[in-house]
Design a protein around this ligand. Structure first.
Ligand code: NDP
Length: 340
């Protein structure tokens, strides 16, 4: 068993506003051969996700903040190189939270290491459609959104990892789906995977123009709003909601780099006459849905009912730009970094 050399991204400073390269460094670390109970892994794929922005701040949340000077963390898929844990053998493909780096050595429980299930999908699918973003879409839409056949579902961030899966599950459930995304290409792609109507929010503009575009797309109103974006999209959804609408609140990426407090939706009062149910959630709340999720995803993908797209960056040195790209709309489907 031998050591490995690994490049890893570390947090240098806590960014304020949109992060820049100044807050991070790409360092080199020697990865020792595994000690007792440890496993040595070479990562093949890294995930970058919007929630990581929150972990760069020093505040209490559902996951602890990243530490200054330490390697960043995140979803990763890799191959076991050497193992002193009887549950893992060289050649096993594993999922872990030891991302933002090329290789690592760790006790499996410390990095949430799990063998990839044999579901007939490529390994990186377990960072996207068959992983955390997929379960977020599945659980948030089905458990909180409760879409019924014939209803209208509005999805913001619709061309992203979570949004594009939400749109397609809503179609499978017999709904009319309206997706909002930035740019004509993303809207055309959404229509190619079955989304009924799209809103290019960058072309339309914010404020009342976005509300008008949504009302034009959904003249009878919306029954479900799956929120990935917050801000003007939430305002528009409140205005267009029908009585009894459900709003799974998944993310509010439009505010993640804000430097001053974001105003709340001015029309929030409409939840009262419209009896709107607004419910935030974290993907881990949906852990009990995992068996159903894997079963349904494998079946829908296998039957060609659900498609997934990936935006692939190559090399660990591209990881930070891939992450920053999430805030500029640089991805269609899941944003990934390929290492091997
Ligand atoms: P995406 O793949 O959707 O990537 C982010 C996308 O957000 C970009 O591609 C961009 O698309 C859009 N975006 C960025 N800035 C803005 C803006 N200012 N206004 C509108 N859209 C913007 O990421 P994910 O699918 O991984 O995550 C989607 C959302 O779900 C995020 O808010 C994330 O935090 C949340 N999330 C929540 C989880 C939970 O447990 N609650 C778990 C996983 C994700 P465009 O080109 O269309 O602007």
């Amino acid at each position: 068993m031998s050591t490995l050399t690994s490049r890893e991204w570390r947090l240098k400073l806590r960014p304020i506003g949109m992060p820049s390269h100044d807050s991070f460094e790409l360092a080199t670390a020697e990865i020792a051969a595994p000690g007792d109970g440890e496993v040595q892994v070479r990562n093949h794929w890294l995930s970058v996700d919007p929630y990581m922005r929150g972990r760069m701040m020093d505040r209490e949340s559902y996951v602890p903040p990243f530490q200054i000077g330490a390697a960043l963390e995140g979803g990763a898929v890799g191959e076991v190189i050497a193992s002193n844990d009887p549950g893992f053998a060289p050649g096993d493909m594993v999922n872990s939270m030891a991302g933002w780096r090329e290789a690592y050595v760790a006790k499996p429980a410390d990095v949430m290491m799990q063998k990839l299930p044999a579901a007939g999908l490529p390994p990186q699918a377990f960072l996207g459609v068959a992983g955390m973003p997929g379960l977020t879409a599945y659980g948030g839409l089905l458990r909180i959104g409760q879409p019924k056949e014939g209803e209208t579902v509005f999805v913001s961030g619709a061309a992203g990892a979570v949004g594009s899966i939400v749109c397609q599950i809503a179609k499978i459930k017999g709904c009319t789906v309206i997706g909002s995304a930035g740019g004509a290409d993303k809207c055309a792609w959404l229509e190619s995977i079955g989304v009924d109507k799209t809103i290019d929010y960058k072309a339309v503009g914010g404020g009342q123009a976005l509300t008008d575009a949504l009302k034009a797309a959904a003249p009878k109103g919306i029954d479900v709003y799956f929120d990935n974006v917050g801000g003007d999209h939430l305002v528009a959804a409140l205005d267009a909601a029908r009585v009894g609408a459900r709003f799974p609140i998944c993310g509010m990426i439009s505010g993640y780099n804000a430097t001053t407090p974001e105003p709340g939706p001015w029309n929030i009062i409409s939840v009262i006459p419209k009896r709107i149910r607004i419910e935030g959630f974290i993907v881990t709340d949906m852990a009990d849905m995992m068996p159903d999720f894997i079963r349904d995803m494998a079946s829908w993908i296998g039957a060609g009912q659900l498609k997934y797209e990936e935006t692939v960056n190559e090399g660990v040195e591209t990881t930070l730009d891939a992450f920053l790209g999430l805030f500029k709309g640089g991805n269609t489907g899941k944003m990934l970094v390929k290492l091997v």
